[in-house]
Design a protein around this ligand. Structure first.
Ligand code: FAD
Length: 288
């Protein structure tokens, strides 16, 4: 018997302003047909103006497409004034959900001093706009800056206590690592819903980029076999990458995950494929 109906949600990123929004708008219209529980919009950690990128796209998704929207907000390179301004911009367009982030520290770029950790940002938002819903990021295999998983989970507990209503994980390919993390969170007293971040691997370049940036993520044997076997066969690599993600999602849903957050890479076809293969699981009504 199932305990709950999980959510299926998507992540998108604002395109480089020089490229324009036509492609992402078309993709979002296709995603709208899949009725996601929410869509989250990433934010650049230094490079682009958040108002012209994240806030504008979040406004479109929330108000034109009428899909609940979460705006990401990495704060390490922002001042309190800039964060207050961004919160006000989001409030004005009715986007009142923020994924509160520290953001990555960019080598050679000196951070601002106002927000050292995501927890500092959460406390600030709680003060400035207590009606906002705050979501946090978490790392089933530990954050790379952490000396060990225990201290990372202790810090996560502080973050949740500061005011997160739910968490979204970094992508992972080994569900066992996620279940182990969930158990440790429960033991640490973290009791908010944890949404599992799933990224289907669609091509070799994406896989190589990932392997370089996510060194701490365990790659199970069957995942590595896909990358090796279809190294020079893009069509099969894409098919196997999608099937692998579907397999992960089926396992997560049957183990009562709170939600699956799909890293779509702005690709509506990916979202459509996953939705087609799994939507019956997300619409499943709990047995009384
Ligand atoms: P924090 O929660 O502050 O943690 C960072 C590190 O500091 C961890 O090692 C933690 O254990 C430690 N720490 C936390 N609190 C304390 C404390 N009180 N004392 C000592 N140590 C502490 N980046 C972007 O730039 N834009 C995005 O849109 C974006 N979206 C993301 C979405 C998701 C779901 C995830 C998982 C990550 C995303 N990131 C994004 C990346 C994120 O910004 C980086 O991983 C960043 O390095 C950490 O951010 P955080 O909010 O998790 O940091």
């Amino acid at each position: 018997m199932s305990r709950q109906t999980p959510s299926l949600s998507f992540e998108v990123f604002p395109p480089n302003p020089a490229v324009g929004n036509d492609k992402i708008i078309a993709a979002l219209k296709d995603m709208q047909g899949l009725a996601p529980h929410f869509i989250s919009v990433t934010a650049s950690n230094n490079k682009f103006n958040i108002k012209e990128t994240t806030v504008r796209l979040a406004d479109y998704i929330q108000n034109d497409l009428e899909i609940p929207t979460i705006a990401h907000l990495p704060a390490i390179y922002l001042t309190k004034d800039k964060v207050a301004e961004t919160i006000a911009d989001l409030d004005k367009v009715g986007v009142q959900k923020i994924l509160a982030l520290r953001g990555d520290i960019i080598p050679g770029v000196e951070p601002q001093k106002d927000f050292r950790y995501a927890t500092d940002l959460i406390e600030f938002i709680k003060e400035q706009a207590p009606h906002f819903d705050i979501i946090g990021a978490c790392y089933p295999e530990g954050h790379p800056d952490s000396p060990n998983q225990i201290s990372d989970i202790q810090n996560l507990k502080k973050k949740v206590d500061a005011g997160c209503s739910s968490l979204v994980t970094q992508l992972f390919f080994d569900n066992e690592r996620f279940y182990d993390f969930q158990d440790k969170c429960t033991l640490a007293g973290i009791d908010v819903p944890i949404h599992a971040g799933i990224m289907p691997i669609l091509n070799r370049n994406q896989a190589l980029r990932l392997l370089k940036t996510c060194e701490n993520i365990h790659l199970p044997r069957k995942f590595k076999a896909i990358l090796d076997k279809y190294e020079n066969d893009p069509e099969s690599l894409r098919a196997a990458g999608l099937a692998y993600a579907v397999d992960q999602i089926v396992d997560l849903v049957t183990q009562d995950v709170a939600g699956v957050h799909l890293y779509t890479m702005n690709n509506a076809e990916t979202a459509q494929y996953i939705h087609q293969a799994t939507h019956a699981l997300f619409n499943h009504q709990p047995v009384k």
